[in-house]
Ligand binder design. Sequence first.
Ligand code: HEM
Length: 474
Amino acid sequence: MPLTESLPSQPGSAPERAIPGPAGLPVLGSMLDLRRDSLSTFLRAQREHGDVVRLEAGPPGLRSVFHAVFAPEGVQQILASRAANFRKDHPLYEEVRQAFGNGLLTSQDADYLRQRRLVQPLFTKRRVDGYASAVTTEAAGLADRWRTADGGTVDLVPEMNRLALRTVSRILFGLDAEAAVDAIHRCAPVINAYVVRRAYVPVKIPREWPTPGNQRARAATDELNALCDRIVADRRASRETAGDADGAGEDLLSLLAAAGNDEDGSLDATEVREQVLIFLLAGHETTATSLAFTLHLLARHPEEQTRVRDELDRVLGDRTPTAADLDRLPCLTQALKESMRLYPAAPVISRRAVAAAEIGGFRIPAGADVVVAPWVTHRNPELWPDPERFDPRRFDPEPEAARHRYAWFPFGGGPRACIGQHFSMLESVLALAVLLRAYELDAVDEEVPVSAGITLQATGPARVRLRPRAGAGE
Ligand code: HEM
């Protein structure tokens, strides 16, 4: 086993110096803080202790130790330049793997390479551009439905969740997701909370024990698995009836089904189901968060909303946006990126070090659990002056080019960067364009409380009042 990776240290640094961090409570360390509000705990740790910190959780003798790295240079080492040394073996990923199986998000090594090769063709630029009309059709359907919204007010959190789930299901699974919406929205939060609760405790109650928490999580997992099995079985049945008329390789389900049928068994039934589940979940919750917060921030900042809408009117007039419009809507794209800075859908990304590594002048030991946190790096006042302020112009071409590549990394980076990144940007820009052309939005709620599950979760409503625009969408 290699014990030390030689990584460049900063000039004059002293690698053996102890990594600073909060003392926390005498017995439990930072365990309660991490479980209660990991985002604020990491943010405070950065402000008080710097860009490499060490947090301890649990009583002496049973303590878990977590390292966190916040400077863009360190993030780059972990996610990209030294990615092979930082694996998805962190307790948080172990919990995600237990809950959702070994799909593309959690798999590693040969399994991962095989899976990534299989699904990559769905995410080429040409392929993703082809998803545009499905996105605008779904968004226009929602804009129509909003005409009858109760009191003209909607909560963007469930609305965007439903929109993103319908869109990804239609594109990746050729499926009308209406039947799946309820089950996913009931089960995903239960598992999300369970995963995070377990990730930061040093001693875990075995999953098999019949505690109420274990039973609730098991029931939710079983329901999601059954849903995914049904999705796969329905598609198989319809392919057989249609004599494969829809053509293999058309969407994710066709690709998976074809691979599952391979004689060499390259994906067995469990693997097919696990891919379906991970793409259903990773493919909608995250984009939904971006959509909801972008609309809500624009509702809270009318001058920015006007700037975006003027651009939409100028560039699109009355026509439906297409993939070719993406480069023509810089104001909208900047507002989206700024919202992803403030509310990154994956606020914390976790890894485990194989060998020891020097980062930012400190030595991270072999076997250490390490996180990088877009939530914290995106709020570093040295990179983002007045960080809590919503200011889309931070993404003007000049300041954007001047910033470190890892000052903004909502999609991660390196070999495990988000496969859905371009899809998500296309989906968000086009859906936002359709909705913002049809409605002006006034914020009802101001701040929206959030917490970190596997992904960022809004824990309160993000309501807006809708004012239909004259002539739009009629
Ligand atoms: C705003 C939207 C999104 C955000 C912020 C986001 C964020 C991320 C991040 C940070 C990672 C890397 C995790 C790590 O390094 O540990 C990731 C990976 C992944 N994402 Fe996304 N994602 C988004 C949308 C999507 C969409 C739309 C899909 C699918 C259609 C998707 C599917 C995946 C998958 C399968 C992986 C694992 C990729 C791999 O390891 O090869 N994501 N995402």
